[in-house]
Design a protein around this ligand. Sequence first.
Ligand SMILES: [Zn+2]
Length: 278
Amino acid sequence: MEKAHFFQFSQTHPPFDMSNSILILNCNIVDENLILQNDCFVIIKNGKIDQIGCMDDLPARDTSTTIDGRNKLLIPGLINGHNHSAMTLFRGMADDLELNEWLHNHIFPAEAHHVSEDMVYWCSKLAAAEMLLSGTTCVADGYFFSDHTARSFEEAGLRATVAHGILDFPTPAVPDPSKNVDVVDEFIQRWKNKTDIITPAVFAHSPYTCSPQTLQKAKQLADKHDVRFFIHLAESKHEQSMIIDPTGSSPVKHLKNLNILDHNCVCVHTIWLDDEEL
Ligand SMILES: [Zn+2]
């Protein structure tokens, strides 16, 4: 086990043609019972796992690409449940700060200056490359100019749910916040059922950047298209004092009162909860 490590798909490997077959030899796999099985082979045909077995039972080889998996661990692709991929541009810019200070004094001003269609496309592509190289094959992303995130991921071959951001203040992608939900509606219509690997979604940024009316409109949009609704919720201890809620309830109760918490709602971070909310 100590010698096992992830496959590194580097330039020493030829590009894989998924329409053909791939044979991985001598690899270690984790089976469906989470038991490590040594010295296995895996055959992939047309982009799907076709056969797994012990090296002793290896069938006659007719595969177009062969990889030696010796001393490596072969696992299913990892899933990144929440990301803002294009923010690779801002990596290391302002670390170890309280959320509110980080957002308002550093990130939102930087985004106002630097976020563009090109920035989103290329910085998402960098993130896609980093994810694929470390074994992540699927991501839930939320940002702006999401057509360009989606295009970037599709070209990279990274499976993704791409959620377009909604806030109640002007952003480079949506300068007029009164159109914040309409822009996302059009994005979803462009990408729904367009490809096998990209699924559009809604990302209402938070209860402290979206009014109750915006949150409800955004949720109705997600329900109308039957796509996921993502939201940052109860991220920080002080969020209760920041949320746009005339009744002054907790972030979770605020969303419950707005009828947003259902099977289609994905709450992100969500760490400051009491027992009842849990
Ligand atoms: Zn986030």
